[in-house]
Design a protein around this ligand. Structure first.
Ligand SMILES: *[C@@H]1O[C@H](CO)[C@@H](O)[C@H](O)[C@H]1NC(C)=O
Ligand SMILES: *[C@@H]1O[C@H](CO)[C@@H](O)[C@H](O)[C@H]1NC(C)=O
Ligand SMILES: *[C@@H]1O[C@H](CO)[C@@H](O)[C@H](O)[C@H]1NC(C)=O
Ligand SMILES: *[C@@H]1O[C@H](CO)[C@@H](O)[C@H](O)[C@H]1NC(C)=O
Ligand SMILES: *[C@@H]1O[C@H](CO)[C@@H](O)[C@H](O)[C@H]1NC(C)=O
Ligand SMILES: *[C@@H]1O[C@H](CO)[C@@H](O)[C@H](O)[C@H]1NC(C)=O
Ligand SMILES: *[C@@H]1O[C@H](CO)[C@@H](O)[C@H](O)[C@H]1NC(C)=O
Ligand SMILES: *[C@@H]1O[C@H](CO)[C@@H](O)[C@H](O)[C@H]1NC(C)=O
Length: 500
């Protein structure tokens, strides 16, 4: 699991650097899509919910994660906090009831591990119920709890209270997840009182919990015009400790959920199940439509760019998003995401562009060292894209800024095989009409300067400096395509992929 994640991470960082390069961050946060129609319950675009801020990069729930999450996302991003209570009833944002999961508390011998019942299971760990806010502040720091992610980005971040989060980021929306009301109740701490008190100064947009009894108990305490209650489903075999029923059985009666909640938050595979052995996507369930029929909003969790996803998405997190928000039948009402920038781009840029169409892929497995393989089903219908097919494809997309063509093996092919890649590429470009004014720009990239000099003699194509958000992210998709074909170009057979 480590290697694919680090590879996906570097692809993600490349994406990210390109976005920064073209200064599109302000554009992303400045616009909310006008997109015509959405099959969400309200008809509005789906929401982006930033789990612990931009937790895919920075330590979950840290100031930097929240600030960056808000800056890099759609303007109406909802900021998510996993609330834990301290001994003195302060609500802090830490992703796990065991503080050592995402803080450095276990490295400080001032603190002691304890053993408590959590959902009926005896659990060892460091718990906030044993410490006051003052005990934890300035002594315990948030760290990256997921060790397959970079642990060096962002250190020394103090634990934040819910009010701190609102104060430092002024998010348009705040989502409080109360994962363990029953546990805090055992320790004589009241989540209900905390919600009451925080609601006097802050507008809480959503409160979620996997404990049905907790949501029922606060229903009369919240203003339904400001705060929506969301029932969180965990694994189908897991049991809601407050009512001793499995989530699988609770799913059978959405009408009864509607009596205490206005929405549900479900793992992604409740909507698009993935076959555990083949990793292919199975047909979608009817959950979103069924829930919408009884008036429940549906939120899907958790979207992460750095976890291998079903083959059907070709490892493209945007494509995964599109299957949840734009598939012709339904759209979820929001996505819980560790990478809210990707979610924002999927909603605001890639949706409604017809990009969800299947793509042809090369059969080489350039990333097999990292356990990332091409979809084996495509082995049955191997079809490489020729350069002219590629250019026809790109010409059909008028919003495209340009195409990038990477040429690496030209001298070898000229010398050893008597093939001129340069002639072949420039002929194909002119046949496709790319040498006429008004056509998309063509960028030629090569690590061999003689290739570029030859092209300079032949053509006048340059690089435009005018960029728009959709265009530059679009450009990234082209680059991504090229990155993979560049990797495969090292293998002679794939040079057949051009018109040479
Ligand atoms: C969005 O819709 C409004 C009202 O219809 C229109 O004035 C505006 O130009 C649209 N914006 C974009 C980016 O299409
Ligand atoms: C924190 O919890 C998550 C989810 O249970 C787990 O995957 C991760 O390994 C834990 N990390 C640490 C440092 O305990
Ligand atoms: C919010 O931050 C400001 C300035 O940093 C501070 O003066 C104020 O007391 C804070 N408010 C709360 C509720 O923490
Ligand atoms: C909670 O309060 C009850 C009654 O006041 C008391 O018996 C119990 O020991 C308390 N539990 C804890 C963990 O403080
Ligand atoms: C909360 O929402 C209400 C109604 O939308 C608004 O009038 C009020 O200013 C908001 N309060 C805060 C603290 O944002
Ligand atoms: C589902 O729940 C509703 C409301 O609680 C109840 O009236 C109804 O009988 C339940 N349906 C089934 C099939 O259990
Ligand atoms: C996923 O891909 C496999 C193999 O191509 C295909 O059989 C399956 O129908 C696809 N799943 C969906 C939901 O499209
Ligand atoms: C939409 O629903 C129809 C009928 O329920 C089904 O045939 C079709 O495959 C669905 N399309 C998608 C993209 O899920």
């Amino acid at each position: 699991m480590w290697k694919p994640r680090s590879l996906l991470r570097s692809l993600f960082l490349l994406h990210f650097l390109l976005l920064l390069l073209y200064s599109v961050l302000p554009l992303v946060s400045a616009q909310v899509s006008n997109a015509t129609t959405w099959n969400t319950l309200s008809g509005n675009p789906p929401l982006v919910i930033a789990r612990g801020g931009f937790s895919g990069i920075f330590p979950d729930s840290s100031e930097k994660a929240y600030i960056f999450g808000v800056t890099a996302s759609l303007k109406n991003v909802i900021v998510w906090c996993d609330v834990q209570l301290t001994k003195d009833s302060q609500g802090i944002c830490v992703p796990n009831v065991k503080l050592e999961n995402a803080t450095d508390i276990a490295q400080n011998n001032k603190y002691k591990s304890k053993s408590y019942q959590v959902n009926g299971v005896q659990t060892d760990g460091y718990f906030s119920v044993d410490y006051t806010l003052k005990d934890l502040r300035s002594n315990v720091f948030l760290v990256q709890g997921d060790h397959s992610r970079a642990t060096t980005i962002g250190k020394g971040f103090e634990i934040l209270t819910v009010k701190d989060v609102v104060n430092t980021t002024s998010p348009q929306g705040l989502w409080l997840n109360i994962q363990h009301d029953a546990f805090y109740t055992q320790h004589n701490l009241s989540m209900k009182n905390f919600i009451r008190s925080v609601s006097t100064t802050v507008n809480v947009s959503y409160i979620s919990s996997p404990e049905a009894s907790f949501l029922r108990s606060i229903k009369t305490d919240i203003n339904p015009k400001i705060t929506k209650l969301v029932f969180r489903f965990l694994g189908k075999e897991e049991v809601d400790p407050s009512i001793k029923q499995t989530y699988g059985s609770l799913l059978q009666n959405l009408t009864s959920i509607k009596t205490f909640a206005s929405g549900i938050l479900v793992p992604k595979d409740y909507i698009w199940p993935v076959d555990p052995t083949s990793h292919y996507l199975q047909p979608h369930t009817s959950l979103v439509s069924d829930a919408h029929k009884v008036g429940l909003e549906v939120f899907a969790s958790t979207f992460q760019n750095d976890i291998p996803i079903s083959y059907n998405y070709s490892y493209d997190p945007v494509s995964e998003h599109l299957s949840f928000i734009e598939n012709g039948n339904f759209s979820v009402d929001g996505v819980l995401s560790d990478f809210p920038l990707t979610s924002s781009a999927a909603i605001d840029c890639f949706a409604h562009m017809g990009l969800n169409a299947p793509k042809k892929v090369s059969m080489l497995n350039p990333f097999s060292d990292y356990n990332l393989y091409r979809n084996p089903k495509f082995n049955e219908k191997v079809s490489l894209l020729t350069l002219s097919e590629f250019l026809n494809f790109t010409q059909g997309h008028t919003s495209l800024l340009g195409v990038v063509i990477i040429i690496e093996s030209a001298p070898y092919l000229a010398r050893e095989q008597n093939l001129s890649v340069i002639d072949a590429v420039s002929d194909t470009l002119s046949k496709a009409g790319y040498d006429k004014p008004g056509t998309p720009n063509v960028m030629i990239q090569s690590s061999d300067s003689s290739v570029l000099l030859k092209f300079k003699e032949k053509t006048k194509h340059g690089i435009s400096s005018q960029m728009q958000l959709c265009r530059s992210t679009h450009l990234f998709r082209v680059l991504e395509l090229m990155v993979s074909s560049q990797a495969s170009l090292k293998q002679p057979i794939d040079t057949e992929g051009t018109d040479a």
